[in-house]
Design a protein. Structure first.
Length: 384
């Protein structure tokens, strides 16, 4: 890839993870090699407007180093690209802005719904645009925790016990079912969200009802999972034919669980890369990560999260070892995010990681373009 490549860096978005996306955009902008790439920063507001960020372009024009690194020191404010919708953003309806929008590939950094769930990926497919990351199917399945867990089960992967509820159904009956099947404590999550947004730990019936109400504020489907007592292990995936698994890492939460504050606001969580595992455990979890990735039809990149249950459970049942928690198809790309750190520990620098992802995106686009609209040959003609 010797020619200069124009990268449309897409950030912001309509989900509750809007601010996380803006932090990821800073880190990616700094890591892309300025000798190889030109960046076209495009923001999506919380209301869904697509805008060309002139302020971000001005920062990039003065050099990647002009962007302050995020999370450099403990207690420092999070560094983000400018808030979409501010006065310095130019609407893409403007003809001059559209004229300057030529690009070769999109790097979508849209965490959560309306970005990580197949919606934007479908738009890229319709437009015939190369883009980094999973396709429509993989994005949609991995975003929806109900469908993702069904995919894990179909692939024979070990998962924690769980139940799901749709808004409008009998909450009291559901709570009773959860108490019988899962017990307390348990975790309540919106089915279509990430970064621990809207996630609560419930220790009794009252807390469970309240947690369900919180989760329904983000999504009409809610997932309740048993609380697994174990270590939190993560593996990065790169490529898809075959997918490569990074060295595993471990998260030691500073909070009661790996919360949003732990991930993006505080400096209390301990990230161990590589994870202190035996060689056999490392081989096992990397193989499971590839299987989970393939169960969701992943492509190009993902972070696969596990629990490692090492001790006998409270009910006397034996430990289950590695339990697949979830697949994230657009993992965080901030300076403290596990996905780039896992690959750095595996010998792939942040800049090289982005190079590979862009190459994968362009190669997939070329493969699909060759098939799109291909005329059927003589075999499709009726025989006499």
């Amino acid at each position: 890839m010797s020619e200069r490549v124009r990268v449309l860096l897409l950030f912001g978005g309509r989900s509750a993870e809007h601010d996380v996306s803006r932090v990821s955009a800073v880190a990616v902008a700094r890591a892309l090699d300025p000798d190889r790439y030109d960046i076209v920063p495009v923001a999506i507001t919380k209301e869904g407007r697509w805008l060309l960020s002139e302020d971000a372009r001005a920062l990039l024009a003065s050099g990647r180093d002009a962007l302050p690194a995020s999370f450099e020191v403990e207690g420092a404010p999070v560094t983000e690209l400018p808030e979409p919708g501010a006065h310095e953003l130019v609407s893409l309806d403007d003809a001059g802005a559209v004229a300057s929008m030529g690009f070769d590939v999109v790097v979508p950094l849209l965490h959560g719904p309306y970005g990580e769930d197949g919606t934007v990926q479908g738009l890229f497919e319709l437009a015939g645009v190369p883009y980094v990351g999973a396709g429509v199917v993989g994005s949609a399945v991995a975003m929806d925790k109900v469908m993702m867990k069904r995919g894990f089960a179909a692939a024979g992967l070990p998962v924690a016990s769980w139940r799901s509820l749709r808004e409008g159904h009998d909450v009291d009956a559901f709570v009773t079912e959860v108490e019988t099947a899962l017990g307390y404590p348990c975790f309540v999550k919106p089915a279509n969200l990430g970064s621990s947004v809207g996630v609560s730990k419930a220790a009794d019936r009252s807390a469970l009802v309240g947690a369900i109400d919180v989760a329904l504020g983000f999504d009409e489907w809610v997932v309740v999972e048993e609380a697994v007592v174990g270590r939190e292990i993560e593996v990065g995936i790169l490529g898809d034919d075959p997918p490569l698994a990074s060295l595993p890492g471990e998260i030691v939460p500073g909070d009661d669980f790996y919360s949003y504050a732990d991930k993006y606001e505080e400096d209390d969580a301990e990230l161990l890369v590589p994870a202190p595992l035996t060689d056999d455990q490392s081989v096992e979890v990397r193989a499971l990560a590839v299987r989970a990735f393939e169960a969701c039809r992943g492509e190009a990149m993902a972070r696969v999260d596990f629990f490692l249950e090492e001790h006998e459970r409270a009910d006397g049942q034996p430990s289950r070892g590695f339990i697949v928690n979830e697949v994230n198809t657009i993992p965080g790309f901030t300076q403290i995010s596990m996905y780039p750190r896992l690959w750095q520990a595996s010998g792939v620098s942040f800049s090289e990681l982005l190079d590979r992802l862009i190459e994968l995106a362009r190669a997939r686009h070329e493969r699909r373009t060759r098939r799109a609209g291909r005329q059927r040959d003589d075999r499709s003609r009726p025989t006499s």
